[in-house]
Design a protein around this ligand. Structure first.
Ligand SMILES: [Fe+2]
Length: 139
């Protein structure tokens, strides 16, 4: 489900590396979801959720700083940041739910979250800055 595909590449080494990390986190979560046992996975869910949150904050900050540094178009930057913000808000929402009560639901919500990030953000909004960075010599 979360295998790296070439179409994900924006051909900027550091960003591709960070996006791979997102897929790695998604993979861990998918593995956890595959387990059909009756064991309580609360601790693992919280661990992955924390990792996802820290990764998200780190990655978005990195991307935004780079876009600003090279003078990305203001309007596009605003839209880009708005999308980042709504992803962060979504994580906060997930964190505020009662994880103990709804473990399966939380895992599915997290999977949907990552899938939507890839589909709606990496493949669309992130790809829009590809040429911009390349024109500025950033690979
Ligand atoms: Fe982005």
């Amino acid at each position: 489900m979360f295998e790296w595909k070439d179409i994900y590449k924006v051909d900027i080494a550091e960003i591709d590396k960070q996006h791979r990390k997102l897929l790695e986190i998604g993979g861990k979560l998918a593995d956890l979801l595959k387990l059909k046992d009756d064991i309580d996975h609360y601790d693992e869910i919280v661990e992955i959720l924390t990792e996802l949150r820290e990764y998200t904050e780190y990655h978005f900050a990195h991307e935004e700083k780079l876009l600003e540094k090279y003078g990305y178009d203001n309007q596009s930057l605003r839209l880009h940041k708005r999308q980042h913000k709504s992803f962060v808000n979504k994580i906060i929402q997930i964190e505020n739910q009662d994880i103990d009560e709804k473990q399966t639901g939380i895992k599915l919500t997290m999977l949907e979250f990552i899938a939507s990030w890839i589909e709606n953000h990496i493949l669309k909004t992130d790809h829009e800055y590809k040429d911009f960075f390349h024109e500025n010599g950033v690979y």
